[in-house]
Write a protein of this length. Structure first.
Length: 400
């Protein structure tokens, strides 16, 4: 949890009903980071706000036995089953995410509680900029832009004059100035998001590159605002670029998953760059002359403070004799999910401090088809620990 993100929360979520106010009418998706919380069998309902991929901020009174008498709430698992629906403008729809609340962390001095979700909400990246200002980037990949269905939009939430963004919430689409690609049906822009203090990456796995549908691309931004008051686009990544390995093909889904961590080059006084990992789980690979459809791979890039990029390593299991554990097989979907961490962000970055975990939900384990696995680029985690591999388990479909 980043406490800077929480600092403004308690005053906004109080038990006292708010008076009616006037102002600008907002669209259904203006506040896509908000949540509906249902306690028990609709015993009680509250609103909340997503402040981390697996944490909501809401009112403690929502969980108190008798709010009129006491706002005291016990830490730990809620007494009644609690469900949270996040980012769904129409509660009868299927967009957004539905999670169960599994842990409460209450404040003793005010009507506020942090609620941990059973699984992170993806396509949301919270953090702080280099100037220390909190931000949220929220994706709505199923959002229609005008009459274009499922084109997708991202919302950047940051109220800070220090980095030039003074509005609390701005939308970013592929029609925004400088953003690579164009608004098209089923692009799924913002289906994946990653960010650190320096940069923001937004994936559109459904983007067509030329005539190759679902080839995918990624847009990278800085936190500094442009003339539209949006984060400034720096570059776009797709496999038809000479500086990116491979070639765009239908179904590659480049950008289906993203992970980003700060990077401190040798000789630098601080972390100034970012390492970006991009999953392409639909990538077909040629392994010893045999085509492996949807085997998948992961590309990594170094993005500099100046907004330039260099491709680094291309990861895939390949054969059993190379550096990555396992062997690429058809349907593995290596790179379906990603997570990365810099274990020493204040030190010069090395292979020992930069960790990348890759989800492989289609991996067969023994005779169990699609049991799934998680593979770390530096340290490999073997599937099946804590239980036997099961066909169809798709372990590694999500990695945080």
């Amino acid at each position: 949890m980043r406490l800077a993100v929480l600092a403004a929360g308690p005053t906004a979520l109080c038990a006292t009903p708010a008076a009616a106010v006037t102002g600008t009418t907002v669209t259904d998706t203006t506040f896509a980071y908000t949540a509906q919380i249902v306690v028990g069998v609709h015993d009680r309902g509250c609103s909340g706000v997503l402040v981390e991929p697996e944490w909501l901020l809401t009112a403690a009174s929502c969980f108190a036995d008798n709010p009129a008498a006491s706002l005291s709430v016990s830490a730990g698992k809620p007494r009644l089953k609690t469900t949270a629906t996040i980012g769904r403008s129409d509660l009868g729809g299927s967009d957004g995410a539905v999670r169960e609340v599994v842990q409460l962390v209450p404040r003793s001095d005010r009507d506020v509680v942090l609620a941990r979700l059973n699984r992170p909400v993806t396509n949301v990246a919270p953090g702080t900029t280099t100037s220390g200002q909190p931000f949220l980037v929220i994706g709505a990949p199923g959002e229609a832009i005008g009459s274009v269905a499922k084109a997708g939009i991202a919302f950047y939430v940051c109220d800070s004059t220090s980095n030039g963004i003074t509005t609390a919430n701005v939308g970013i689409t592929q029609d925004s100035t400088g953003v690579p690609g164009a608004v098209e049906a089923n692009d799924g822009f913002a289906g994946s998001i990653a960010a650190d203090a320096h940069h923001i990456a937004i994936g559109a796995a459904g983007e067509a590159i030329g005539t190759d549908v679902n080839a995918g691309n990624v847009a990278v931004f800085s936190h500094k605002s442009n003339s539209e008051g949006r984060p400034t686009p720096l570059l776009g990544l797709d496999q038809d670029l000479d500086t990116v390995s491979g070639g765009s093909e239908a179904g590659d889904q480049l950008g289906k998953s993203l992970a980003m961590v700060p990077y401190r080059p040798s000789g630098a006084a601080a972390a100034t760059d970012s390492i970006l990992a991009v999953g392409s789980p639909g990538e077909d690979l040629d392994i010893d002359g045999v085509d492996k459809a949807d085997a998948g791979n992961v590309l990594t890039f170094r993005v500099t403070a100046a907004g330039t990029f260099t491709q680094m390593t291309n990861y895939d299991p390949g054969t059993g004799s190379d550096d990555v554990t396992g062997t690429s097989e058809a349907g593995d979907r290596f790179g379906q999910s990603l997570t990365a961490v810099n274990t020493a962000p204040r030190a010069v970055s090395t292979a020992a401090t930069m960790k990348l975990a890759v989800g492989i939900p289609g991996e067969a384990v023994g005779t169990a088809a699609k049991a799934g696995a998680t593979n770390a680029a530096i340290t490999t985690y073997q599937p099946g620990q804590g239980g036997l591999p099961a066909a169809g388990a798709r372990f590694g479909c999500a990695a945080r």
